[in-house]
Design a protein around this ligand. Structure first.
Ligand SMILES: [Zn+2]
Length: 77
């Protein structure tokens, strides 16, 4: 426990992400282990953590959270 904490985006083996990495939503599909889904409303691929469910026409659908527009603005920063 004497080691200082190392904060790196990508570990030496290049496979693990230690911290959250922002990137293009269009390249996330294959590099993140397939944990993306497409938004029902805007059709963009999002990480599951960026999606919520909303009832659309009686069915629960995966949509951007808190909303498509707000998530776009968050990712554009
Ligand atoms: Zn959306």
């Amino acid at each position: 426990m004497a080691k200082a904490e190392v904060k790196t985006a990508i570990l030496a083996d290049g496979l693990r992400y230690k911290t959250k990495v922002s990137g293009s939503p269009f390249t996330a599909g294959t590099s993140m282990g397939g944990s993306t889904m497409s938004c029902f409303l805007c059709g963009k691929h999002r990480l599951r953590s960026q999606l919520g469910t909303r009832k659309v026409i009686g069915k629960s659908q995966a949509v951007c959270a808190p909303s498509c527009k707000e998530l776009d603005e968050l990712l554009a920063r």
